[in-house]
Design a protein around this ligand. Structure first.
Ligand code: CDP
Length: 212
């Protein structure tokens, strides 16, 4: 089984994806880490994330061992990730790895922006996870503070909106729901309730029922 979970920044898709993978015994790939690792490689080498040739070369040389790096979640990497992610050659270079990951038995949950539309259009279940920008910013600020970073909620909100806009407007695999994706709005849902709502959708699809 392949489950595609897409959505904007800090919508809760990563948490849902991890939990779903654990209960269904599936592999999990946070595909944002690929773009973050590319961004970090470019920045570490002293180049700008908008340097198409450098970003493309970094994507081609990507080593999955780099995905464990804690610094990938730093705000500077986050911002640079959305810049390299807009480069079609970067996306192309990362496609095979994601598709092969999805095909590994017994299946996988992948979360990102283009899983249901580009990486795994034939996924068994597609979720598109959303929440209001204010709620997403509040969640991201808590997450940043828990890692010991200072976080001004208004700045976090501005960063999220800028990134959402860049992700949605780019021509290569823009952030958008696949036509057959199930929308899951987590604005008023805590972690457990969001997880249960996701399981309800997956079970409804698996058993061929309509959502109640
Ligand atoms: O956790 P958060 O939603 O803030 O970020 P992420 O999922 O780690 O993604 C970081 C950036 O990578 C996004 O802003 C996108 O520009 C890019 N990305 C993408 O283009 N396609 C994906 N499948 C995953 C991430």
């Amino acid at each position: 089984m392949i489950i595609a979970i897409d959505g904007p920044a800090a919508s809760g898709k990563g948490t849902i994806a991890r939990q779903i993978a654990a209960v269904y015994g599936l592999h999990h790939l946070d595909t944002g880490l690929l773009y973050r690792a590319v961004a970090k490689a470019v920045l570490d080498a002293g180049y700008l994330p908008s340097d198409v040739a450098r970003a493309t070369a970094a994507a081609a040389a990507l080593d999955p061992k780099e995905f464990d790096d804690n610094t990938l979640k730093l705000p500077a990497i986050t911002e640079a990730a959305s810049v390299v992610a807009a480069v079609p050659q970067v996306r192309e270079a990362l496609m095979n790895y994601q598709r092969q990951f999805a095909m590994r038995p017994p299946g996988a949950v992948l979360d990102g922006r283009d899983i249901g539309t580009v990486i795994a259009p034939g996924a068994d279940v597609k979720l598109f996870v959303i929440a209001t920008p204010e709620v997403r910013a509040a969640r991201r600020a808590i997450e940043l503070r828990s890692r010991g970073e200072a976080a001004d909620e208004r700045e976090v909100l501005a960063d999220l909106l800028r990134r959402d806009e860049r992700d949605a407007r780019r021509s290569a695999a823009p952030l958008k729901a696949a036509p057959d994706a199930h929308l899951l709005d987590t604005t008023h849902l805590g972690i457990d309730a969001a997880f249960r709502a996701a399981v309800d959708i997956i079970e409804a699809v698996r058993t061929g029922r309509k959502r109640s």
